[in-house]
Design a protein around this ligand. Structure first.
Ligand SMILES: *[C@@H]1O[C@H](CO)[C@@H](O)[C@H](O)[C@H]1NC(C)=O
Length: 170
């Protein structure tokens, strides 16, 4: 008589095992968005939210390629160079400036809601109002028409969406 086997777990994690898994556990390992995932760990407000099982979040994570193609690093702001010159990010004041800019970038991509419905206006942690639309079979974030390529992960406290570009964070 064949032994009774437990349900197969081949081909990927068992969906039931996602109970208790939070965004913070998976964002650094999520394919194509691990650069953004790393940034989320540097920003305390965001890192603690993504660990919090009692607060749902939709993370709008730009693809690695979109971040690498930015004309400047997410922690750089041309206004700082205007005001402080080429050494704007040197020393501890420079580090604070860079951290503040990175925080704005990351928080502009964090929606404190999940589920999030089409056309539902939400305020990101950075204070910007955004929404999404389904257009010709594609999901796009507005304003800016930024395409969502996929919903990469759904876990206990929300979802990670992968974006083809970055949202306005100025
Ligand atoms: C939180 O998000 C998860 C994943 O989308 C969802 O299953 C759950 O119902 C949400 N919880 C609340 C209170 O909306």
């Amino acid at each position: 008589m064949a032994p009774v086997l437990p349900p197969s777990n081949e081909g990927g994690p068992n969906p039931d095992s996602s109970d208790g898994v939070v965004i913070a556990d998976i964002i650094g390992k999520t394919r194509h968005v691990n650069i953004f995932g790393g940034f989320t760990r540097d920003i305390d407000t965001v890192a603690s939210r993504l660990e919090d099982a009692s607060k749902n979040t939709t993370v709008l994570a730009p693809e690695n390629g979109a971040i690498m193609q930015l004309p400047r690093k997410p922690w750089e702001d041309p206004r700082d160079y205007d005001q402080y010159g080429a050494n704007a990010y040197d020393g501890s004041e420079g580090e604070d400036r860079a951290h503040k800019n990175l925080r704005r970038f990351v928080e502009a991509h964090v929606v404190p809601e999940n589920p999030w419905r089409e056309n539902q206006r939400v305020t990101t942690l950075a204070g910007n109002t955004i929404w999404f639309e389904n257009k010709d079979g594609r999901k796009v974030i507005q304003p800016g028409d930024v395409e969502v390529t996929t919903v990469a992960e759904t876990v206990a406290n929300g979802e990670v969406w992968v974006l083809k570009g970055v949202l306005n964070y100025a």
